[in-house]
Design a protein around this ligand. Structure first.
Ligand SMILES: [Zn+2]
Length: 272
Protein backbone atom coordinates (compact mmCIF):
# COMPACT_ATOMS: atom_id res chain seq x y z
CA UNK A 1 0.00 0.00 0.00
CA UNK A 2 1.41 3.33 -1.04
CA UNK A 3 2.31 5.67 1.80
CA UNK A 4 4.16 8.98 1.88
CA UNK A 5 7.54 7.92 0.34
CA UNK A 6 5.79 6.08 -2.53
CA UNK A 7 3.23 8.83 -3.17
CA UNK A 8 5.84 11.61 -3.04
CA UNK A 9 8.03 9.71 -5.50
CA UNK A 10 5.31 8.96 -8.02
CA UNK A 11 3.82 12.47 -7.82
CA UNK A 12 7.29 13.92 -8.51
CA UNK A 13 7.75 11.59 -11.47
CA UNK A 14 4.32 12.44 -12.82
CA UNK A 15 5.07 16.16 -12.49
CA UNK A 16 8.29 15.74 -14.46
CA UNK A 17 6.76 13.58 -17.16
CA UNK A 18 3.31 15.12 -17.61
CA UNK A 19 3.60 18.85 -16.97
CA UNK A 20 2.82 20.76 -20.14
CA UNK A 21 1.13 17.83 -21.89
CA UNK A 22 -2.37 18.19 -23.29
CA UNK A 23 -4.96 15.49 -22.58
CA UNK A 24 -6.43 13.95 -25.71
CA UNK A 25 -8.92 11.64 -24.02
CA UNK A 26 -9.32 9.12 -21.22
CA UNK A 27 -10.70 5.59 -21.05
CA UNK A 28 -12.57 5.31 -17.78
CA UNK A 29 -13.64 1.71 -17.40
CA UNK A 30 -14.63 1.58 -13.74
CA UNK A 31 -17.42 3.99 -13.04
CA UNK A 32 -17.51 3.33 -9.29
CA UNK A 33 -14.09 4.91 -8.78
CA UNK A 34 -15.27 8.18 -10.37
CA UNK A 35 -17.39 10.97 -8.83
CA UNK A 36 -18.98 12.08 -12.12
CA UNK A 37 -20.23 9.95 -15.04
CA UNK A 38 -17.43 8.90 -17.46
CA UNK A 39 -18.84 11.01 -20.32
CA UNK A 40 -18.91 14.14 -18.17
CA UNK A 41 -15.42 13.42 -16.81
CA UNK A 42 -14.17 12.97 -20.34
CA UNK A 43 -15.62 16.23 -21.64
CA UNK A 44 -14.28 18.23 -18.66
CA UNK A 45 -10.66 17.08 -19.15
CA UNK A 46 -10.31 16.65 -22.93
CA UNK A 47 -8.08 19.31 -24.44
CA UNK A 48 -6.80 20.52 -21.04
CA UNK A 49 -3.13 20.98 -20.28
CA UNK A 50 -1.52 19.49 -17.16
CA UNK A 51 -0.16 22.52 -15.30
CA UNK A 52 1.16 20.74 -12.23
CA UNK A 53 1.11 17.47 -10.28
CA UNK A 54 1.42 17.46 -6.51
CA UNK A 55 0.30 15.25 -3.64
CA UNK A 56 -1.71 15.74 -0.49
CA UNK A 57 -1.48 12.90 2.03
CA UNK A 58 -1.98 9.75 -0.02
CA UNK A 59 -3.65 11.57 -2.93
CA UNK A 60 -2.05 12.66 -6.21
CA UNK A 61 -3.54 15.83 -7.66
CA UNK A 62 -3.22 17.06 -11.26
CA UNK A 63 -4.03 20.71 -11.79
CA UNK A 64 -5.30 21.32 -15.30
CA UNK A 65 -5.13 24.59 -17.19
CA UNK A 66 -8.90 24.76 -17.69
CA UNK A 67 -9.76 25.12 -14.00
CA UNK A 68 -10.23 21.39 -13.32
CA UNK A 69 -8.30 19.06 -11.01
CA UNK A 70 -7.94 15.28 -11.14
CA UNK A 71 -7.56 13.59 -7.76
CA UNK A 72 -6.11 10.08 -7.74
CA UNK A 73 -6.04 7.79 -4.70
CA UNK A 74 -4.31 4.41 -5.12
CA UNK A 75 -6.38 3.05 -2.22
CA UNK A 76 -4.89 -0.27 -1.08
CA UNK A 77 -2.39 -0.08 -3.94
CA UNK A 78 -2.26 0.58 -7.65
CA UNK A 79 0.03 0.32 -10.63
CA UNK A 80 0.23 3.80 -12.12
CA UNK A 81 2.36 3.41 -15.22
CA UNK A 82 3.62 5.82 -17.84
CA UNK A 83 4.00 4.93 -21.50
CA UNK A 84 5.78 6.91 -24.16
CA UNK A 85 3.94 5.16 -26.95
CA UNK A 86 0.45 3.62 -26.93
CA UNK A 87 1.80 0.23 -28.02
CA UNK A 88 3.73 0.01 -24.71
CA UNK A 89 0.69 0.67 -22.51
CA UNK A 90 -0.15 -1.92 -19.83
CA UNK A 91 -2.90 -4.28 -20.97
CA UNK A 92 -4.90 -4.33 -17.76
CA UNK A 93 -6.21 -1.05 -16.43
CA UNK A 94 -9.30 0.69 -15.14
CA UNK A 95 -8.13 4.11 -16.33
CA UNK A 96 -6.05 5.11 -19.32
CA UNK A 97 -5.18 8.73 -20.05
CA UNK A 98 -3.86 9.62 -23.50
CA UNK A 99 -2.00 12.81 -24.34
CA UNK A 100 -1.80 14.57 -27.70
CA UNK A 101 1.85 13.57 -28.17
CA UNK A 102 0.92 9.86 -28.06
CA UNK A 103 2.15 9.23 -24.52
CA UNK A 104 -0.09 8.46 -21.58
CA UNK A 105 -0.53 6.48 -18.40
CA UNK A 106 -2.65 3.65 -17.07
CA UNK A 107 -3.98 3.03 -13.58
CA UNK A 108 -4.76 -0.46 -12.35
CA UNK A 109 -6.14 -0.55 -8.82
CA UNK A 110 -5.23 -3.70 -6.87
CA UNK A 111 -8.39 -3.49 -4.86
CA UNK A 112 -10.28 -0.23 -5.07
CA UNK A 113 -9.11 3.32 -5.59
CA UNK A 114 -10.50 6.67 -6.58
CA UNK A 115 -10.19 8.94 -9.60
CA UNK A 116 -12.12 12.14 -8.98
CA UNK A 117 -12.70 15.43 -10.69
CA UNK A 118 -13.00 18.78 -8.89
CA UNK A 119 -13.04 22.28 -10.32
CA UNK A 120 -10.74 24.89 -8.73
CA UNK A 121 -13.79 26.20 -6.87
CA UNK A 122 -14.74 22.75 -5.55
CA UNK A 123 -11.24 21.67 -4.58
CA UNK A 124 -11.05 23.37 -1.20
CA UNK A 125 -14.25 21.69 -0.02
CA UNK A 126 -13.64 18.33 -1.73
CA UNK A 127 -14.73 15.88 1.05
CA UNK A 128 -11.94 13.28 0.63
CA UNK A 129 -9.02 15.68 0.68
CA UNK A 130 -10.08 18.91 2.38
CA UNK A 131 -9.08 17.91 5.92
CA UNK A 132 -5.79 16.13 5.17
CA UNK A 133 -3.04 17.53 7.36
CA UNK A 134 0.48 18.45 6.23
CA UNK A 135 2.88 15.52 5.93
CA UNK A 136 6.35 14.88 7.39
CA UNK A 137 8.12 15.81 4.10
CA UNK A 138 6.57 19.28 4.29
CA UNK A 139 9.09 21.91 5.50
CA UNK A 140 6.50 23.14 8.00
CA UNK A 141 6.51 19.76 9.77
CA UNK A 142 9.06 20.78 12.43
CA UNK A 143 9.58 19.38 15.96
CA UNK A 144 7.80 22.47 17.32
CA UNK A 145 4.85 21.98 14.97
CA UNK A 146 4.62 18.31 15.96
CA UNK A 147 4.79 19.03 19.70
CA UNK A 148 2.03 21.63 19.34
CA UNK A 149 -0.06 19.17 17.32
CA UNK A 150 0.10 16.57 20.11
CA UNK A 151 -0.58 19.00 22.94
CA UNK A 152 -3.82 18.22 24.76
CA UNK A 153 -4.56 15.11 22.68
CA UNK A 154 -5.77 11.99 24.49
CA UNK A 155 -5.90 9.31 21.78
CA UNK A 156 -3.61 6.33 21.53
CA UNK A 157 -0.50 7.21 19.54
CA UNK A 158 -1.05 4.81 16.64
CA UNK A 159 -4.69 5.83 16.11
CA UNK A 160 -3.63 9.46 16.22
CA UNK A 161 -0.89 9.07 13.60
CA UNK A 162 -3.08 6.96 11.30
CA UNK A 163 -5.72 9.70 11.18
CA UNK A 164 -4.97 11.74 8.04
CA UNK A 165 -6.51 14.81 9.68
CA UNK A 166 -3.57 14.84 12.11
CA UNK A 167 -0.63 13.78 9.93
CA UNK A 168 -0.80 13.20 6.17
CA UNK A 169 0.71 10.18 4.48
CA UNK A 170 1.51 7.69 7.26
CA UNK A 171 -0.11 4.25 7.08
CA UNK A 172 0.34 0.87 8.67
CA UNK A 173 3.43 -0.23 6.73
CA UNK A 174 5.86 2.31 8.19
CA UNK A 175 4.02 2.54 11.54
CA UNK A 176 5.62 -0.59 13.04
CA UNK A 177 9.17 0.72 12.84
CA UNK A 178 8.19 4.29 13.71
CA UNK A 179 6.69 3.14 17.02
CA UNK A 180 9.56 0.73 17.65
CA UNK A 181 12.22 3.39 17.05
CA UNK A 182 10.32 5.68 19.42
CA UNK A 183 9.98 2.82 21.96
CA UNK A 184 6.24 3.43 22.18
CA UNK A 185 3.43 0.91 22.45
CA UNK A 186 0.74 1.55 19.77
CA UNK A 187 -1.92 2.18 22.41
CA UNK A 188 0.21 4.54 24.48
CA UNK A 189 -1.91 7.59 25.26
CA UNK A 190 -0.52 10.84 23.91
CA UNK A 191 -1.51 12.56 27.16
CA UNK A 192 0.87 10.18 28.98
CA UNK A 193 3.84 11.05 26.76
CA UNK A 194 6.49 13.47 28.00
CA UNK A 195 8.62 15.86 25.93
CA UNK A 196 11.28 13.22 25.42
CA UNK A 197 8.73 10.70 24.11
CA UNK A 198 7.35 13.27 21.67
CA UNK A 199 10.79 14.22 20.39
CA UNK A 200 11.72 10.53 19.96
CA UNK A 201 8.50 9.96 18.06
CA UNK A 202 9.18 12.93 15.79
CA UNK A 203 12.71 11.67 15.08
CA UNK A 204 11.37 8.15 14.44
CA UNK A 205 8.80 9.41 11.91
CA UNK A 206 11.40 11.47 10.06
CA UNK A 207 14.01 8.71 10.29
CA UNK A 208 11.85 5.90 8.91
CA UNK A 209 10.22 7.92 6.12
CA UNK A 210 13.48 9.61 5.05
CA UNK A 211 15.29 6.27 4.97
CA UNK A 212 12.62 4.89 2.65
CA UNK A 213 12.73 8.00 0.47
CA UNK A 214 16.54 7.79 0.22
CA UNK A 215 16.24 4.16 -0.93
CA UNK A 216 13.67 4.99 -3.59
CA UNK A 217 10.62 3.96 -1.47
CA UNK A 218 9.04 0.52 -1.06
CA UNK A 219 10.45 -2.50 -2.85
CA UNK A 220 6.88 -3.81 -3.16
CA UNK A 221 5.49 -0.94 -5.23
CA UNK A 222 6.21 0.09 -8.80
CA UNK A 223 6.89 3.72 -9.60
CA UNK A 224 5.60 5.66 -12.63
CA UNK A 225 8.26 4.09 -14.83
CA UNK A 226 7.66 0.53 -13.62
CA UNK A 227 10.70 0.41 -11.30
CA UNK A 228 10.53 -0.95 -7.76
CA UNK A 229 12.08 0.93 -4.84
CA UNK A 230 14.91 -0.30 -2.61
CA UNK A 231 13.23 -0.29 0.81
CA UNK A 232 12.62 -3.97 1.44
CA UNK A 233 12.42 -6.58 4.17
CA UNK A 234 16.03 -6.03 5.32
CA UNK A 235 15.18 -2.44 6.16
CA UNK A 236 12.32 -3.24 8.53
CA UNK A 237 13.37 -3.48 12.18
CA UNK A 238 10.26 -5.14 13.66
CA UNK A 239 7.65 -4.71 10.88
CA UNK A 240 6.55 -8.10 9.45
CA UNK A 241 9.15 -9.90 11.66
CA UNK A 242 6.92 -11.88 14.02
CA UNK A 243 8.93 -14.41 16.05
CA UNK A 244 12.28 -12.90 15.02
CA UNK A 245 14.55 -11.35 17.68
CA UNK A 246 14.21 -7.64 18.47
CA UNK A 247 17.29 -5.85 17.03
CA UNK A 248 17.69 -3.93 20.31
CA UNK A 249 17.11 -6.53 23.05
CA UNK A 250 16.66 -9.93 21.39
CA UNK A 251 13.13 -10.58 22.70
CA UNK A 252 10.75 -12.20 20.20
CA UNK A 253 8.76 -9.73 18.09
CA UNK A 254 4.99 -10.18 18.34
CA UNK A 255 2.03 -9.02 16.29
CA UNK A 256 -0.80 -7.36 18.19
CA UNK A 257 -4.19 -6.10 17.00
CA UNK A 258 -4.93 -2.44 17.47
CA UNK A 259 -7.68 -0.45 15.81
CA UNK A 260 -8.47 -3.13 13.24
CA UNK A 261 -4.90 -3.53 11.98
CA UNK A 262 -1.91 -5.55 13.17
CA UNK A 263 1.15 -3.89 14.64
CA UNK A 264 4.47 -5.66 15.06
CA UNK A 265 6.16 -4.68 18.30
CA UNK A 266 8.90 -5.74 20.70
CA UNK A 267 6.96 -6.43 23.93
CA UNK A 268 10.07 -5.65 26.01
CA UNK A 269 11.08 -2.35 24.32
CA UNK A 270 7.51 -1.08 23.78
CA UNK A 271 5.71 -1.54 27.09
CA UNK A 272 1.97 -0.91 27.26
ZN1 LIG B 1 13.31 -5.14 22.23
Amino acid sequence: MAELPEIAKIAGQMRGALRGKTIERAELLQEKCLNVPPGVFQSRIAGARVEDVRYKGKWIIHRLGNGENILLSPGMGADILYFEDGKDAAEKFQIKVLFRDGSGYTVRFWWFGKYLLASDGELESEPNTKDIAIDPFDARFTPEYFAALLRGKKKGVKAFLMDQKNVGGIGNMYMHDILFRARLHPRRKISDMDEGDIRRLYDAIMGVLSLSRSKGASAYEKDFFGQKGGYGMDDFLVGYKEGKPCPACGAAIVSIKSGGSATYICPACQKA
